[in-house]
Design a protein around this ligand. Structure first.
Ligand code: HPA
Length: 279
């Protein structure tokens, strides 16, 4: 058996020793968005540290556990704290949680993050529905012998962010009267923020927001045939677009400020996505 898959099975076993919960949707909470945990009727929590082979997040504000439970009536697994490439983990480790959530039963992956706005029409505190991504600046998590148990060697990437899910989120935002931008997310490795020249490069390449996560997770999820959607919380305008230097504190403060509205949008979107499962 493929060595990556063997390691996945070991991690899966240590979760299954703690819970037999079968989620249909997987949600990853980005920086400052951990408050969403309050929206979940939690059945079981599993700390990352309890899972064999699991990389443990080192970023302040990232808690590091899976929550199993219900968002309204939708059975979900929620990652409170994600694993970043800049922490020094291999891409295999970075996408291990996404792969696990699929193997636990999740068919839909809902990605969230805090990101820098690169599009001049964006403002700090805006939400951006991710319509496509650029992952070319980080190594692909699919490099290495293909894990046949998970998906094909060469996978199609023509619609990473599912059009039906995007329609649902757009309609939800409209009904809740929450303004929603739409755009392309580009992942860089971080952990330093970009220089103004890099931000110009990112904009020239066609991206609207820049961050240090998400795209690699979407690559791994797409490989496994998950339906994917994502929303970025534009926590700041990227470097060089304003006078002040950028800090993690600013990112965190904006995410905290708009957190409740973001949670409302994510929760209602999940409830409506859940209706697909009932069809
Ligand atoms: N750049 C990269 N990642 C980020 C930013 C940014 O400006 N804001 C939040 N995450």
């Amino acid at each position: 058996m493929n060595a990556v898959y063997e390691r996945l099975e070991k991690s899966l076993e240590s979760i299954r020793e703690k819970t037999d919960f079968v989620p249909r949707l997987a949600l990853i909470l980005g920086s400052g968005l951990g408050g969403f945990a309050d929206e979940i009727r939690v059945v079981q929590t599993v700390d990352y540290g309890e899972i064999e082979g699991f990389p443990v997040s080192t970023v302040p504000g990232h808690k590091g556990r899976f929550l199993f439970g219900y968002v309204d009536h939708v059975p979900a697994v929620v990652m409170q704290g994600r694993v970043h490439y800049y922490e020094g983990y291999s891409m295999e480790q970075v996408v291990l949680p996404v792969r696990l959530m699929k193997l636990l039963g999740a068919e839909v992956l809902f990605l969230t993050n805090a990101a820098g706005g690169v599009n001049y029409e964006f403002h700090p505190g805006d939400f951006m529905l991710i319509k496509d991504q650029i992952a070319s600046f980080v190594p692909s998590p699919l490099i290495d012998p293909n894990v046949e148990e998970l998906g094909p060697r060469f996978c199609d990437m023509s619609q990473v962010y599912d059009a039906d899910l995007r329609d649902i989120i757009r309609k939800t935002a409209e009904d809740l009267q929450i303004p929603l931008q739409e755009g392309v997310y580009l992942q860089l490795t971080g952990p330093a923020y970009e220089t103004p020249a890099e931000v110009r490069m990112v904009r020239t390449l066609g991206a609207d927001a820049v961050g240090m996560s998400t795209a690699c997770e979407a690559v791994a999820a797409n490989h496994m045939g998950m339906k994917i959607c994502g929303i970025s919380c534009i926590s700041n305008l990227a470097c060089g677009m304003t006078e002040q230097p950028l800090s993690h504190q600013e990112v965190q403060e904006t995410a905290d400020r708009v957190g409740p509205l973001f949670q409302k949008l994510v929760k209602e979107s999940i409830i409506r996505i859940g209706e697909i499962f009932d069809e």
